[in-house]
Write a protein that binds this ligand. Sequence first.
Ligand code: IMP
Length: 425
Amino acid sequence: MANTCVVGLQWGDEGKGKIIDVLVKDFDIVARYQGGSNAGHTVVVNGEVFILHLIPSGILHAGKECVIGNGVVVDPAQLLKEIDELRARGVTVGDNLRVSDRAHVVLPYHKQLDQMAEGRKGGGKLGTTGRGIGPCYADKMARNGIRIADLYHKEHFKELLKTNLEEKNYLFTNLYGGQALSWESIFDEYCGYAERLKPFVCETVEYLNSAVAAGKRVLFEGAQGSLLDVDFGTYPFVTSSNGTACGVPSGVGVSPKALKRVLGVLKAYTTRVGSGPFPTELDNETGEHMRQRGKEFGATTGRPRRCGWFDAMAVRQSVMVNGVDDIALTKLDVLDDQPTLKLCVAYKCENGQLKAFPSALATLVKCEPVYVEMPGWMKDTSGVQTYRDLPAKARAYIRAIEEQINVPVKMISVGRDRAQIVTKR
Ligand code: IMP
């Protein structure tokens, strides 16, 4: 299959992990291009649940190469924990995993800063995962970051660490009323991580470009979702990277021309974890029912996810910026017992109906969804294997989504297991 990017089109947690797991047999390499251990990609294999935060989902398949690209922010402790856990469960992690030496390192002060800054914001907090993602990317952009390659040049690493901590400790003690961190203990800890990570660390840009030139098929695994993208999401309630397909070239160092297909992953309804606007949110019994039926609790933080109706207005923007070719629709089965379904097709605002998803937060928070109602199918779809065996009303719901976003749905997931997937031809 042509080089493909699998990208979430909502606020993350669309079920990308499962879709990648289904597709991976047709690829040689799976590469992560952004985000960090804020991601939580769930894959269920023969009833066994795997949650991957940093390692691409392809690791669960023998013979596939996995790459953590330069655009990812790597928490070495988390990466090593993930490697150890996978190995303990019989998964091979060795020369099938490559970690870019250009990737930035998440350090303890990033996590502390993330948590303290959130605490200070009080009611206005973003609801981050607390994994230090924002502060690490901020340092990267401010050119204060420490990259994996730096860990292997100890004197240089020490100097960078000391300089960075001087500034961070000033903030911790003077602004946040917290404790200063010692560079010595971080230095020793991270030199230890660097030693253990050495077999995986390499120059991945050259490797990926040679692979693409040799005709190897690459699957680019997006994390978070397009509405959490730092440029195209509901800013400032977003993550700090480009989770859209726009992040692929800079996140792994291949030409945009290498990307041939963008597969968008959409949940059959909408969820969001953390703060921020969510026009179709159901803060009621229906939303609670979706949360329980869909097991909508964060794979990384365990936080309950906010649930609501499908929002075609928001998704249309995601389709546009990603240039989506086709869709994998997930968790259709969660809607099996909904007597009536609502689909948001537009937003109403003070000045009438909006033509496009608004950029301004102040506008978005005032938007009212305009719904079309559809009858639910009230039948169990979790065992359905072919499109024509889906209830007619479920097919009508899928058709309505396709018409609203003007992209064909190619795969429909009706349960957590690998086998619970319907392909629409
Ligand atoms: P951060 O990425 O930890 O800085 O969090 C910023 C926002 O993105 C918060 O609302 C998080 O809940 C959300 N977020 C980050 N990663 C994910 C994810 O993988 N799935 C869903 N939401 C996420």
